[in-house]
Design a protein around this ligand. Structure first.
Ligand SMILES: [Zn+2]
Length: 418
């Protein structure tokens, strides 16, 4: 496969970044959730300073790293845009001690990841591998994740930045960069300071299939329902005992049985019980609610309120309490107000020789939250495969393509009015 001038840079970068353990934590009382995320932040900060980026600043309290590339377009031209990537890796598989390696010119067969432990990755289990025959792949040793999610995107963004800084003859507007912690644990880029960031529109780069983008995510909330029972001796319980565990079961029994993640796909929403803790005196059910459609989403939340109210009538209002906390909202209603965001993105993907494809993402991105905070922010794929697991890999040409897409994107925003 023909290598682009970016081959060596994206390869070296991902190899370097993958070795830094930046795993975030679901349970933590620090910001960010793990301090080791700073290790990559310092590394990126130094690289950005060395390549001559502007406004390089690491927020030492929150571990958000900022930088910008000054405009090169003629006065009055070049609209500003931003790129947001995340530095942490998922807590779902081991992250420490990552030993990335490169398999050159993949032949389409089984890949021996770890001779000593006999760990093999086969295209029979991971048929997407067939898409990458003839390409160079960055792989793990089968004992850790790679962290290509999202370091493959960071490698592409840094390579684009270096290229633009070296080639001031390429006209573009101001480009804002941010590297954030804790995406994998629902951080939602909370500490990204939009004033400091500067750009009014941005993209995250965080997804698998190359050339895919997302301008639609779920609406999401988390519901907790508490039941208070009344425990008495079971021998004399008739008419007196109230079993909180039974109330919890009754509640769950009133949710539509087919509307669960294991029975839904595409744009179908669901309820998902994430935990139940129950005894006679107390019960707590935690569940998440998801739907792309805002109206259907509101109906789902209303259903929870109705069921809770019904149980309250039956057992006493004071024995049932429901709280619903919003998690994130579908970005689409915001993104649709800025059609040039998707126009430029799909044009850039085409200019790089790919076919843009969008999916109604069955999840949320940092961009879902950022869009509703005032920074419309669709998501472009980073090109990693098998994220969050020990079989994660990144085809190097996918990162090269992403550099190309970003350079085209810079050019297209460069042609717009400032
Ligand atoms: Zn990610």
């Amino acid at each position: 496969m023909e290598k682009t001038p970016f081959y060596q840079q994206v390869r070296d970068r991902l190899m370097r970044y993958a070795k830094v353990d930046t795993q975030s934590a679901r349970v933590s009382d620090t910001v960010p959730t793990t301090k080791k995320q700073f290790d990559l932040a310092y590394m990126l900060r130094d690289e950005l300073l060395t390549m001559g980026a502007s406004d390089v600043w690491l927020d030492e309290d929150t571990c958000v790293l900022y930088a910008s590339l000054p405009a090169t377009a003629a006065a009055g031209r070049g609209m500003a845009f931003g790129l947001v990537t995340h530095m942490d890796t998922a807590p779902d598989a081991p992250g420490a001690g990552c030993k990335p390696w490169v398999l050159e010119t993949y032949d389409g067969g089984d890949i021996l990841l770890n001779e000593e432990k006999g760990i093999v990755m086969s295209p029979r289990d991971f048929p997407n591998l067939f898409h990458y025959v003839g390409q160079d792949l960055i792989l793990t040793d089968g004992t850790t994740l790679l962290g290509g999610d999202d370091k493959a995107a960071i490698a592409a963004v840094m390579t684009m930045a270096e290229h633009l800084l070296k080639h001031s003859e390429l006209p573009h507007g101001p480009i804002a960069l941010a590297f954030t912690p804790d995406e994998e644990v629902g951080g939602l880029a909370r500490d990204l300071d939009l004033d400091r960031f500067g750009a009014k529109v941005a993209y995250t780069l965080d997804g698998d299939y190359l050339g895919y983008y997302e301008d639609e995510t779920f609406n999401a909330s988390h519901a907790t329902i508490l039941f208070q029972g009344r425990s008495v001796h079971t021998g004399t319980a008739k008419g007196i005992l109230l079993n909180a565990a039974d109330m919890a079961a009754e509640f769950m029994g009133q949710l539509p049985p087919g509307e669960k993640p294991q029975f839904t796909e595409g744009r179908e929403g669901f309820f998902h019980i994430v935990s139940v803790r129950a005894d006679v005196e107390h019960a707590q059910v935690d569940l998440i609610v998801r739907d792309h459609d805002a109206e259907l989403f509101a109906e789902r939340e209303q259903l929870l309120r109705d069921v809770a109210a019904k149980l309250g009538e039956k057992y006493g209002e004071e024995r049932v309490s429901l709280t619903i906390v919003p998690t994130y909202r579908n970005m689409k209603e915001i993104i649709d107000r800025y059609p040039f965001l998707i126009d430029n993105l799909t044009r850039a993907i085409r200019l790089a020789g790919l076919t843009p494809q969008s999916i109604a993402f069955r999840g949320g991105t940092d961009g879902s939250a950022l869009s509703h905070r005032g920074l419309p922010c669709p998501n472009l794929s980073a090109g990693y495969e098998n994220a969050h697991g020990r079989f994660e890999y990144v085809p190097i040409p996918s990162m090269e393509k992403n550099v190309e897409i970003l350079l085209h994107l810079a050019g297209l925003f460069g042609e717009m009015g400032a």
